[in-house]
Design a protein. Structure first.
Length: 134
């Protein structure tokens, strides 16, 4: 376990370990309504293991069932790396923030996957510059 976060600050982090054909995630308990805009959701991840496989499920999940999730599939061992999700909302949207991951089908058990710590989730907003085509 690292002595501090990506900037060296001590504290706590959310630990996630996945195994055979499962998903583990934390979803915020209170819904938030985000205004229309462009968003970048960033969370720092630290893999405490030597195995690197890990399908990230970090992102924003709407009440209507749409999700804006990371496309990241691995994290290097023993270092902090950023997981970044960019998305646009074209109307005020209610939903939840989510951090976690799922196992990969080509891997076997939990020993074949990264053992993740997540910390410092941030959301950056900018105004929309164009409406979607169509």
């Amino acid at each position: 376990v690292p002595a501090g976060d990506h900037t060296g600050n001590g504290g706590k982090a959310l630990g996630i370990s996945v195994g055979r054909n499962n998903a583990v995630y934390y979803r915020s308990t209170a819904a938030v309504t985000l205004p229309a805009g462009n968003y970048t959701l960033t969370v720092n991840g630290y893999n405490t293991h030597t195995a690197t496989l890990f399908y990230s499920l970090c992102g924003f999940v709407t009440n209507s069932g749409s999700s804006y999730l990371s496309t990241r599939k691995d994290f290097a061992g023993k270092k902090w790396e950023q997981d970044v999700v960019n998305f646009a909302l074209y109307a005020p949207t209610e939903g939840y923030f989510q951090v976690g991951g799922r196992s990969m089908t080509e891997a076997k058990g939990s020993g074949d996957h990264a053992k993740m710590l997540f910390d410092n989730l941030t959301l950056t907003y900018s105004e929309l510059t164009a409406e979607p085509a169509g």
